[in-house]
Ligand binder design. Sequence first.
Ligand SMILES: [Fe+2]
Length: 206
Amino acid sequence: MKNSRPFNQTRREFLQACFTIPAIGAMVLHDGLEVIAQTQGLPPTPACGDEEDLTPPNAEGPFFKPKSPRRTSLLEPGITGSKLIVTGHVLSTDCKPITGALLDFWHADAKGVYDNVGYKLRGHQFSDEAGRYYLETIVPGLYPGRTRHIHVKVQAPHKPILTTQLYFPGEQLNNTDFLFRPELLMKIQDSNDGKTATFNFVLNVS
Ligand SMILES: [Fe+2]
């Protein structure tokens, strides 16, 4: 299968290309999730089945709190920082969308501080019928010893929990943070009022 891919394209790049949402998409409200509707439809499901692109686990860290509120936006009064929208899909290793996957996000505020008393910058949601998720938040700040990151737990229905982290490209500390993994880099672009990022989670649900 790899030999059929042009330009030494990795399977991850292929997946991201297949599931990249076109810029002409329109914002709609769908099943409680604000998602981007495609006006041209998805390309055909790619033929793939390797395990090499499974999203790897990454340390939970000391700041996870269970029972976060269900919400797709972590923005609320008192939250300051550069706006960040993260979107993507939850997929199986054969590239099928996983519906109803739990995604529980938590991260530091713009000053690098976690809310360990309440639930600021913490929230969970479920992927929609196309496996899509949408997170509205801010760019987390740095704290000593770590590069910039977002924590997340992802769980397909009735399957084990994947605990991992998402990373930001171009961060100098990515080179020295021993937890950093390039497979967990988001793709990030500047937007009118902040940044947009994409990342597809690939889970083993067999
Ligand atoms: Fe952290």
